[in-house]
Ligand binder design. Structure first.
Ligand code: BG6
Length: 475
């Protein structure tokens, strides 16, 4: 029997989400090492970022200062408290804890920083939700081992997990192992530090690295449960819902195959084994992925408690892309959907798609879902009186929350919470811009790094406060 729910659950985790490298700054203080995010320069509208070999003079690296959350977190968390956040999703910068990644002992200053940050959240009744690796890792691991292509990374990651699980076991309950783990197949450097050499088989390197991350993730889940049986550990994937361009079965088949490339990651995380379609894919494409004897057992023993995912937009897929206009999307591109409007960055806004996504994921796996990223990247204007009237953002969020409500109440989808992305403006992961804003809180800084970093409440700040206060009744 399912419970007859007609509103959001009482303990629903309303909150907001950020990632360390996109907000903290302070990239080289208190013993922090250089991360893969620290070698990324800024692009411009839809221009991908450049990943340099180390820090090169004369270039602008937005993560180095970001929005200076490292020094201003107390004031920022106070504002989250004012909005009534029940949770706050952030990541731990691996390089604050292990500057090079392969040390035996952690950096105490880094551990202390997150102790204080989590305490500050708890002071306002805000539960920290932690991503263990969000689009960054020690750059030294890239140089020394070629990053996740090397199986030794599993042990370095586990060592890091062991330290943070033990240290924060009384402060954090919800963890996610790798942010948008499935993005590795699209941009291997961003989530996994992988640089492909010209002579290499790109796909083989990517899926080998992905295998190492999946093993690391399963081992981390098992370890987490041993350290604290109350820990809830999730995977985190980008969910790029794709529609077939037409009812031509070839378009539908291509769309299914497109989705399988993404479901592969959640299938392994939730079911604890490789799906047959993927084994066949490796076979068909002559991809030789090395497994160790114990791998099957490891995957089986480390299945996740929930599915964390990001949802921003949807895509259209065809069996034949010739001559078709493609539009932007989160880490990927697709054909333009004539039924949808797009953001200034070309991401196709699709609230009903959100309900479909929730149903697809829940019906496939039947474990709780946690939407840990959703939102509209838009240009905000500060009016003469200092106000920021971001009605477009309110409208985007209102429509998405309303579809989420239907998925819970009408369709029976089980959800833990909802944390809109970039609850305070931060630098874009895709382009490094500041102009692409998601926040309820404005930060005075531009694409070139100029600005006072002053914080300002937007109209959406007050709106979201009422949403949380009414537990989603007032939208
Ligand atoms: C997700 C990432 O892909 O989308 C975030 O997990 C990112 O790190 C967010 O910031 C929005 O993308 P962008 O490119 O607009 O910053």
């Amino acid at each position: 029997m399912i419970k007859n729910i007609n509103k959001f659950p009482e303990d629903f985790l309303w909150g907001g989400a950020v990632a360390a490298n996109q907000c903290e700054g302070a990239w080289n203080v208190d013993g922090k090492g250089i991360s893969t995010a620290d070698v990324a320069t800024a692009g411009a509208l839809n221009v991908k970022r450049e990943y340099t070999d180390g820090i090169i003079g004369g270039k602008y690296y937005p993560s180095h200062e970001a929005i200076d959350f490292y020094n201003r977190y107390k004031d920022d968390i106070k504002l989250f408290g004012e909005m009534g956040f029940k949770c706050f999703r952030t990541s731990i910068a691996w390089t604050r804890i292990f500057p090079n990644g392969d040390e035996n002992y952690p950096n105490e200053a880094g551990l202390k920083y997150y102790d204080e940050l989590f305490d500050e959240c708890l002071k306002y009744g805000i539960k920290p939700v932690v991503t263990i690796s969000h689009y960054e890792m020690p750059y030294s691991l890239v140089e020394k081992y070629g990053a996740w292509r090397d199986r030794r990374l599993v042990d370095f990651y586990l060592n890091y997990c062991n330290v943070i699980f033990n240290r924060y076991k009384d402060k954090v309950t919800h963890w996610m192992t790798f942010n948008e783990i499935n993005v590795i197949t699209l941009h291997p450097f961003i989530p996994a530090g992988i640089k492909i050499k010209p002579e290499e088989n790109k796909e083989e390197v990517i899926y080998q690295a992905a295998h190492h991350q999946l093993i690391a993730s399963a081992k981390a889940v098992k370890l987490a449960h041993e350290i604290n049986p109350d820990f809830k550990v999730g995977c985190m994937m980008v969910y790029p819902l794709a529609y077939a361009e037409t009812c031509n079965p070839v378009d539908v088949l291509t769309t299914n195959e497109f989705m399988n490339r993404h479901y592969f990651f959640s299938d392994v995380h939730v079911r604890g084994h490789y799906p047959n379609y993927m084994k066949k894919y490796f076979e068909r494409n002559n991809l030789n992925i090395k497994f160790e004897d114990s791998d099957e057992e490891i995957l089986k023993s480390g299945t996740v408690d929930f599915i964390g995912f990001s949802y921003y937009m949807t895509l259209v897929v065809s069996g034949n892309n010739d001559g078709k206009t493609l539009t932007g999307g989160n880490m990927t591109k697709g054909i333009k959907n004539p039924y949808l409007k797009a953001s200034d960055w070309g991401w196709q806004v699709d609230p009903v798609g959100f309900r479909i996504a929730l149903n697809n994921l829940y019906n496939r796996y039947e474990i709780p879902l946690f939407c840990v990223e959703n939102g509209l990247g838009a240009v905000d204007e500060v009016e003469e009186d200092g106000s920021i009237n971001d009605d477009y953002r309110i409208e985007y969020l209102r429509q998405h929350i309303s579809e989420m409500k239907k998925a819970i109440i009408i369709d029976g989808v089980e959800m833990i919470g909802y944390t809109p992305w970039g609850c305070i403006d931060l630098i874009s992961a895709g382009t490094g811009e500041m102009k692409k804003r998601y926040g309820f809180i404005y930060v005075d800084k531009d694409n070139d790094g100029n600005g006072t970093l002053e914080r300002r409440k937007k109209k959406s700040f007050y709106w979201y406060k009422d949403v949380i206060k009414s537990n989603g009744e007032i939208l």
